[in-house]
Structures are given as C-alpha cells and as structure tokens.
Ligand binder design. Sequence first.
Ligand code: JFZ
Length: 476
Amino acid sequence: MSRKAVVAGLSFSAALGFLCASGQPPPAAGTAQQRDARMKWWREARFGMFVHWGLYSGLAGTWEGKPAGARGGMEWIQQRVKADTETYAKRAIPLFRPAPGFAREWARLAKQAGCRYVVVTSKHHEGFALHDSKAGDYDAGSVLRRDLLKEIVEALRAEGLRVGFYHSVIDWHHDQYEYARSQQLPHPMKGRPYPEGRRDHAKYVEYLHAQVNELVSHYGPVDILWWDYSSQDFQGQEAWRAFDLMAKVRARQPRIVMNNRLFRIPEAGFTGMGTAAIAPRLDPRYGDFITPEQHIPETGMPGVDWETCMTMNTTWGYSEHDHQWKSEETLIRNLIDIASKGGNYLLNIGPKGDGSVPPESVRAMQAIGAWMKVNGESIYATGACPLGKLEWGRCTGKRLAGGGTRLYLHVFDWPQDGRLALPVAAGSRAKARLMAGGKPLAVTSSGGRTSIAVGGQAPDRIASVVELDLDNPLQR
Ligand code: JFZ
C-alpha cells in the first residue's frame, strides 16, 4: 500500500480519536428521537433503485467465450471462474468503457420510475472502485482517468434523488486481504496459499477505511451507506474495525443511514448465513435497517426498519445470458406488498460495460413509473396495513390530520360482484373514492365489516387503488 494511503488512513482515525479498542459495542449513535429524525425521509421514500456496475458489467456473464452461468449473480464472475485478480483485470478492464453521459440515463430512469433514492456500487467484491481514489490504484481514476462516482452523484442530485453507496468490505483484489480468515466468505483464491507468502489484514482494513473516508468526504452529502457483507466467522470489529468505521462515517455524515451488514450476529438481525437468515431485531449500534435479499418477509419485519433488495432477473451485475425477467405485474405488486408491510423496495438495474441500461429494465422501470404517477400517494409516507391479510390485495395507511385514518386499498383481484369487502367497521362519516380519477364510491358498514361499491371495471389491470377515509385511528 502507498505511504500516502497509510498516512491518509491513520490521520483520518487519529483526527477522530475514536478507536473501539475494547471491541465492545459503542453507545448507540444518538437518541431514538435523533434516529427517527434521520430515518424520516428514508421511511417515507419506500422505493429506491439499486445499481450494480463494475468491471464485471463489461464481461456480461461471459468468460473465455462461454456463459459463466445461466442464472445468479454475474457480479461474482471472478469467483465463479476462480480467476486471480491480475488475470481478471486484464480481461475485464478493456471491456469496461463507460460512455459519456451514462449517469444521466440512470438518474432520469430512477426519477421516471418514482424512486426517491439510488444506491450504487462504489466498490463490489472484485475490489475495483468507481471513484478516483488516492488510497490505491485499482479504481476509475487510476485506470480510466475518470471519477465515475462523481459523474453519478452529480447526475442523481440533478434529478433531486438521494445518494447511496453500496460498499463491499469483501475485496478480491487487495493483496493484504486475508481471505483464509473466513470459511464462509467467498474469495476466488480461497484454498490456495497467499501468492505473496503472508498477508496483514490490518493493512487491508486501513485501506478500506481510507477509501470509505474518501467516499464520505469528497462527494457531498451522502444519504446511505449500504455495507456488504459479513459472515458468522468473520464480521464486525474483528474483521473490519466496524465500530470505528461507522463512527468515522457518522462523524463526516451525521445524517447518514447505514444498513446492518458489517455484522452477522443476532443483535444485528441475523440468525445465520444465507440471505433469508434474518429476524426482526436490530440494536441501532449495528445499523439502521435490515436487508432481506431477493425475498419479501411474509409478515414484514415489525418493529425494525427494513428494505428488500431484489434483482429484475436473477443477476445483480449485467449478464447477456440472463433473460429471466420478472413481469411488470410482479414488480409493481412487490412494491405494493412491501409497502403494505412497512418496508422499502430497493430494485436493481445492472447496466452494461458502457453504462447503458438493458431495455428490459428500462421498460420495467417506466411501467412502474406510470403506475406510481397515478398511485404514488398510496406508497410514499404510508405505514403498514392495519387490517391483516386481505384476499383481494393489499393495503397501506396513513393518519389524517383530524385523527382519522386514510386506507389505500390496492386491489389485485377486482370483485366480480363489484363490492369490495373489508374486515373493519367504517365510521358513519367514512368516505371512499377511486384514486384514479377520484370517483366517489358508496360505503356501507355493519357488524364490524365494510363494503365499498367499486363497480364492475378495474381501473388498472395490475393494481387499482381505492381510498377509504375512516373517522377513527386504526392501529396495526
Ligand atoms: C450480496 C452480494 O454478494 C451480491 O453480489 C449482491 O451485491 C447482494 C445485494 O449482496 O449478496 C449476498 C449477501 C449475503 C449472502 C449471500 C449473498 N449470504 O449471507 O450468504
């Protein structure tokens, strides 16, 4: 590692004078009220765009002329083909050619879809950083003479979008990363001796901290840091000096929101390895939200902030072989289902090596945007449905100024008889209307049940929204 990088890293730590030498978790960052204030925009946002983009994007799931796999994460291609970092870089770098203005296409698409924030991979497991880093030489500045992350951040801000960085603590390039320390974390060289004979993981961690310092110091306000990922046998303070890292980040970006993936312990919401091994438990010392991956928890995650991240096909990074695209109906209903359980949806695009977005992803995001243009009020700043399971669809809700409740009823299966049944008593002053067009609807209520005359024709084939204003505050 360069001397300047070591100096940069150490001075950053020293400047903050914060080292968690004991390894004990530090006190939570701020009070519950301060945390609620920090999380307010994130909880109201409900919908974000994930972008997986790196050297793997130019390889497009192909290695030595053959598909590296028909499904699954092609951002892991270096791991799939077990390539050392020199071989991998030699093949991948020539294929990574970002076109001018690529980032503006991403930002416009996210805005058009109704996303409120975008999380982009500043560095994925391959170790290649998208920013112009002074801590090393495996980055866009050193290799392409461009600060791609700066281009992305500027484009996002021009569209009024919040900015998030996904940052991998796993690193398949760095020559001091001790991959033998974990049996559970992936590394293309695992099982082979270190090519240099020995490694000093502390030097990698200094590099990690120095690059994160660059990300939170030189790119303006950063709204989200999306860490990825740890294992039960290598995590937290031992693996990454996680508490020091989070404290340094918060010192530079006091309003930032961070996920829980620097850790892999029950207090951070993990019950084991695997993307489904999570539980609704999160001590704020370990992060601000839990990250169900590729699935929607059946009953949401009551009591904690959570965000489902999901691909549109089966891979995060672009693959020219993956055509298993989810339908627009599935994507829109996922968004509704997640919001009805009180969560956020982080939906992924995997741009190609030139930065262009696959047309299937463009069409899907535009379809979501068309639905959100009419019905977005039923998603943004809403809370989980207080009615329990509904046969015909989902619901979200928000409190009304006068103390009542507004329910947004998302009807997937339009009632044949034109009457929508609800397991709740609506007060005498209950009012209902179609969200699309505002047509008033008759409401009748008896014996703790309510019926709304919605008529014979569903306004939207995927999900039609009926607004129902109730006199009373409904609790979940
Ligand atoms: C991780 C990355 O490996 C993946 O490439 C993508 O970026 C996703 C959003 O995050 O996926 C994981 C995370 C955890 C496990 C497996 C894949 N795990 O716990 O086994």
